[in-house]
Design a protein around this ligand. Structure first.
Ligand code: SAM
Ligand code: SF4
Length: 450
């Protein structure tokens, strides 16, 4: 009988893709995936350390996993990912297996060696590992959209951020393996890929044998876009200091490169940005937004914002609010600053903004973003959108939902299309989260109906 693995994934899209790599490795060892923890021989959590509350949540889950041990002492509990890398042996008091983000190839060996008395750990970080040759086992259910990691790690050392310590140094993946993976996805019916990296704009592949064979991110985008004009290409995350004009022009050149850039600003105050070591200031960020909009007027721009970083004054906070009003982001991920042990900020700067002030500022940011999202969506009324169907809308089974090129969620009446079909719609009304659309035509691909 085959062994069963249950896996929970926390945090970013890269972790989702890493879990898919882990599944591919375990499948080779005879494991099959189960969604029922009670029948699993191996229980894994692929974890996130980015903020303290992410880790607290996982500690809670570990306690729940351990309940399984009471009735099934042979079950193996493993922690993967950033929390494994950050806490290392400290986790071994509670679990049987700890593997960092660059140690997944060692999982078969670790699993063979693990016993209740001998928990196993591998948290070595690598300068080369990109899992380029491993074909991820896709976790998504609809077979339409897939994540493809193009690089790993990060060299930026933003002062608040734990990622460079948990995921190691930046390394780019051979572009040919990326194109092969995407071509395979396309041939299996996938319609959309998202190229992933902590800072995709610094993607750079050096061909050891031929310097003309070097590839930057704009060139990689073009290579992937050329696989098929019907394949949508997305990417995340762009860094404001690195996003180049070449990338923006490449996006404009190919219809199938989605017109959406996730461009985390973190703060609107140049003083905070300097302290965060983001290597750009407010003016630079606004200039990049202006450039994007001058080349791609309808480009969706989304962002990340941190409230209450060390020493943030009321003026710094106001600078964030005015920047948000100026840019009118389509949406944003917004966080209260959470000091992470080992980061530069934790060593150099006091976490001195009281929790109630952080919360109040975060709430102001969230409230403003709600208004900006509505404002941005209102501009879409009357526009035509080509939408890639994701499936039935959550609220009404007679309606479909899917994203427009600019990443906005559209809801519209169903004519019986399925996930993966393209539909053309017109925006008739909006909320801050959704574009409500009517059909202007039959489905562009798949079942034809009126
Ligand atoms: N690499 C991306 C970049 O540079 O924009 C972001 C990666 S990080 C996984 C996602 C977001 O988490 C960041 O953009 C930042 O807003 C937020 N974040 C990172 N460290 C944080 C911290 N210590 N406290 C609060 N938010 C944090
Ligand atoms: Fe963290 Fe900065 Fe790297 Fe993003 S670019 S992962 S915020 S260190």
């Amino acid at each position: 009988m085959s062994k069963k693995v249950y896996i929970e994934t926390y945090g970013c899209q890269m972790n989702v893709n890493d879990s898919e790599v882990v599944l591919a490795i375990l499948q080779e060892e005879g494991y099959t995936l189960t969604e029922n923890m009670d029948e699993a021989d191996l229980i894994l959590a692929n974890t996130c350390s980015i903020r303290d509350n992410a880790e607290q949540r996982i500690w809670g889950r570990i306690d729940q996993f351990r309940i399984q041990k009471k009735t099934r002492p042979d079950v193996i509990i493993g922690i993967l990912g950033c929390m494994a890398e950050r806490l290392k042996e400290k986790l071994l008091e509670k679990v049987d297996l700890v593997a960092g983000p660059d140690a997944y190839r060692a999982l078969p060996k670790l699993l063979k060696a693990v016993t209740p008395e001998r928990p196993q750990i591998d948290v070595l970080l690598s300068h080369e590992e990109t899992y380029a040759d491993i074909k991820p086992v896709r976790l998504d259910k609809n077979g339409v959209s897939a994540f493809v990691s193009i690089m790993r790690g990060c060299n930026n050392v933003c002062s608040y951020c734990v990622v460079p310590y948990t995921r190691g140094a930046e390394r780019s993946r051979d572009p040919h393996t990326i194109v092969n993976e995407v071509t395979d996805l396309w041939s299996r019916g996938y319609k959309e890929v998202t190229l992933l990296g902590q800072n995709v704009d610094s993607y750079y592949w050096k061909d050891k044998n031929n310097s003309n064979g070097n590839t930057n991110f704009a060139q990689l985008l073009e290579m992937v876009a050329k696989i098929s004009p019907e394949l949508r290409v997305r990417f995340s995350t762009s860094h404001p200091k690195d996003i180049s004009d070449e990338v923006i022009y490449t996006m404009a050149m190919y219809d199938n490169i989605c017109k959406h850039i996730h461009l985390p600003v973190q703060s609107g105050s140049s003083i905070m940005l300097e302290k965060m070591r983001r290597k750009y200031n407010r003016e630079w960020y606004l200039e990049r937004v202006k450039k994007i909009r001058s080349v791609i007027p309808d480009c969706g721009i989304t962002t990340d914002v941190i409230a209450g970083f060390s020493g943030e004054t009321e003026q710094d906070h106001q600078d964030t609010l005015t920047l948000m009003e100026k840019v009118v982001f389509d949406s944003a991920f917004m966080f209260a600053y959470s000091e992470r042990p080992g980061t530069l900020a934790s060593k150099k700067y006091a976490d001195d903004i009281p929790q109630d002030v952080k919360t109040a500022r975060l709430n102001e940011i969230i409230e403003l973003q709600g208004r900006m999202s509505l404002k941005s969506n209102q501009k879409e009324i009357g526009k035509l959108m080509k939408v890639l169907v994701e499936g039935p809308s959550k609220k009404n089974a007679d309606e479909l939902c899917g994203r427009a090129s600019n990443n906005k969620m559209c809801v519209f009446p169903s004519l019986g299309e399925k996930a993966g079909d393209y539909c053309e719609v017109e925006v008739v009304s909006v909320t801050s989260a959704t574009l409500i659309c009517k059909r202007i035509e039959s489905c562009l691909d798949g079942i034809v109906n009126r």
